[in-house]
Each structure stands twice: as structure tokens, then as C-alpha cells.
Design a binder for this molecule. Structure first.
Ligand code: ADP
Length: 323
């Protein structure tokens, strides 16, 4: 099974945990920053690949050292980078994490000129990319992928998904609603609804659905998404049971308790990876949810979205059991 994940990977700057550096802080008591890379579909791609599925990551990067390093990291994760276009003179988007005194995390982004925003925009690159995507069994994208694209490029991608599904391809989608990326909630709802109509597996977080659609109860979320024609619907709700609507049946599956939740960054992304990793290797939706929970449990017990590869894979074999 081959999966392509489409979206954006950014440079991340996060305050180092106390004592992590063993050195004094920066100017004016500012914390020292640790640099890494993250992005919702990128996080998922990394963990799906660690489940032993062939993964291609699809984005655009620049020709700077950070773009080079992303390619090196992806290759180290055995992820195919052949469909990643490089734009001369450009560099990836960046975000910083701030820990506020009340324990919350605050995110600031510099991503307006990120090359990933040109996904599916250029005609020649788009045709080459379509040929690549047609070889995949499953495409994975999110509301963030849609939000950073131009409306014209989005329309091209939507038309492609229709054709791709008619040829037997499957589409997995997570709405990942980030209001700041959209001109208005209506614009987000319109775009997300169009793509849900071309989605086979919707892996949604109820909190995002509430923010986007005003759902008060999961029932309205289930009704709306089955109305869009989603045949496999998974609704994540933090520590609350995961809801599965599949084959006309609604099931609530318990989330095993996690003893020490260190950082929930990447919980939904890693759940999706566990789910897709298992599902694409033939597991039932129920077993795939258990795999999603296992993967997310490990990630939230660790600081940051990506657990170092050796640490992650060292814990269990074979790779598919790693989460
Ligand atoms: P998101 O990261 O998109 O906000 P959720 O918070 O719903 O997503 O979490 C996604 C998954 O992560 C859950 O379905 C569950 O598997 C796991 N998870 C999140 N929070 C907890 C928690 N407190 N205890 C156990 N598992 C959790």
C-alpha cells in the first residue's frame, strides 16, 4: 500500500525545557530555543511510514539549508521525496511556540510566503504531480493543506480527487480547522464541505468540528458527514471514547488511559497515522482505532510532535506494532 500526504512542513522554534540545555537563557531572560520541523500532514506522514507503509510526502520547499535538511530527515524516515518541488530563492515557513505563564502554549507563524502555498498552482508541476498521485492507493490531506492553497489550486485538486476516486483511489481527510488560516468561517466551511464530499475516510477532531460548524453534540457531526457521503468516519475526542460510524453502525471505542500526559502536540496527527498505518495494512476500523490510540498515547507522553526515530522504533517490533 502506498500513501501520499499533501501539505506543509515548517521550521519550528520551541523554548527548551528547563534544564534541557544546561546553559543560561538568552537575552533579557528569554528562553533558548530548540529548532525542529513539524506540520500536521508531515507529522502524520512520519508516523505512517514508521508503521511500515510506503509514504510519499508532497509539498514545495525552497533551496535553502532548512529545505535541504527536511529532505534529509524525510529520506531518513524512508519517505519518498521525489514529488517535492523546489522553488529557487524561497525557504519554508516558520513558527514559534511560547509557553505562557498560565501553562498554555501560544503559536506565532511566519508562513505567508512559504513555497507550500503553491501546491497544485503551476500547470506543468501539477500535471507531473497528478501522474505521481495516481500511483498511490490513498491520499491524505487536511484542512490546513486546503487553507494554504489558492482557491484556483484547490479547485484543481478537488477535480483531481474526483477522478482519482473514480479510478479506485481512497482519500483520507482531517479537517484540522485553524481559523487564522481562513478568510472567514464560511470560506472554511465551503471548502471543507467540498472536500468531504470527496473523502472516504474522515478522521476528525470533535473540538475542530465544533469550532467550524457549531456542533453541540457528536450526533450533528455524524449526520452532516454521512450526508457528505463519508463512508468511514472517525471522531477523536481527547480522552473520551473515539466514535466510529462505519457500515451503517455507530460504535464508541474507549481510549486507554495515559498515565502521564506530557504534551498533547501532535495527538490527532499521530492518531491518524496509527489509524491509517493499520487500516492500509488490512486491519478493521476498530483495530485501526486501537492502533491510533496507541500511537497517540506514545506521542502525548513525549515533549513535541515527533518522537526521535530510534526511540520510537526501539520500543517494539515489528514496525507495525510500534505504536
Ligand atoms: P487533536 O490533537 O486533534 O486535538 P484529540 O485531542 O482529540 O486530537 O486527541 C487525539 C487522540 O489522542 C485521541 O483520540 C486519543 O487517542 C489521544 N489522546 C488525546 N488526549 C488524550 C488523553 N488525555 N488521554 C489519552 N489519550 C488521549
Amino acid at each position: 500500500m502506498k500513501l501520499a500526504a499533501l501539505g506543509e512542513v515548517m521550521v519550528e522554534l520551541a523554548p527548551q525545557a528547563a534544564g534541557q540545555s544546561g546553559r543560561a537563557g538568552g537575552q533579557q531572560g528569554k528562553p533558548l530555543l530548540a529548532q525542529s520541523y513539524a506540520g500536521d500532514t508531515y507529522n502524520t506522514a512520519v508516523y505512517v511510514a514508521r508503521h511500515g507503509v510506503d509514504v510519499s510526502y508532497v509539498t514545495l520547499l525552497g533551496d535553502d539549508p532548512y529545505s535541504e535538511e527536511v529532505l534529509t530527515i524525510l529520506a531518513g524516515e524512508s519517505i519518498d521525496t521525489g514529488a517535492i518541488a523546489r522553488l529557487p530563492g524561497r525557504c519554508p515557513g516558520l513558527y514559534m511556540i511560547q509557553n505562557t505563564p498560565d501553562g498554555e502554549r501560544y503559536f506565532t507563524y511566519w508562513r505567508g510566503e512559504a513555497p507550500a502555498r503553491e501546491l497544485f498552482a503551476d500547470t506543468a508541476r501539477r500535471e507531473a504531480l497528478k501522474a505521481h498521485l495516481r500511483q498511490m492507493d490513498c491520499l491524505y490531506l487536511s484542512g490546513i493543506t486546503l487553507a494554504i492553497m489558492s482557491p484556483q489550486a484547490r479547485a484543481e485538486l478537488l477535480a483531481f480527487l474526483e477522478e482519482y476516486r473514480a479510478d479506485g483511489g481512497r482519500v483520507a481527510f482531517d479537517s484540522n480547522y485553524r481559523p487564522r488560516l481562513w478568510a472567514s468561517p464560511e470560506a472554511a466551511r465551503d471548502a471543507v464541505a467540498e472536500f468531504l464530499r470527496q473523502t472516504d475516510m474522515a478522521l476528525l477532531t470533535f473540538e475542530d468540528e465544533q469550532a467550524l460548524w457549531g456542533d453541540r453534540r457528536p450526533g450533528s457531526c455524524i449526520k452532516r458527514n454521512t450526508g457528505f457521503g463519508v463512508s468511514e468516519l472517525v471522531i477523536k475526542r481527547g480522552a473520551e471514547p473515539v466514535l466510529l460510524q462505519f457500515d451503517g453502525e455507530l460504535t464508541a471505542l474507549e481510549v486507554p488511559p495515559v498515565a502521564s500526559v506530557v504534551d498533547t502536540t501532535g495527538a490527532g496527527d499521530s492518531f491518524n497515522a496509527g489509524y491509517l498505518g493499520a487500516r492500509l495494512q488490512g486491519a478493521t476500523p476498530e483495530r485501526s482505532i486501537a492502533a491510533g490510540n496507541r500511537c497517540a498515547a506514545r506521542v502525548i507522553g513525549h515533549r513535541g510532535a515527533i518522537i526521535p526515530r530510534a526511540e520510537f522504533l526501539g520500543a517494539a517490533t515489528p514496525a507495525a506494532e510500534a505504536c
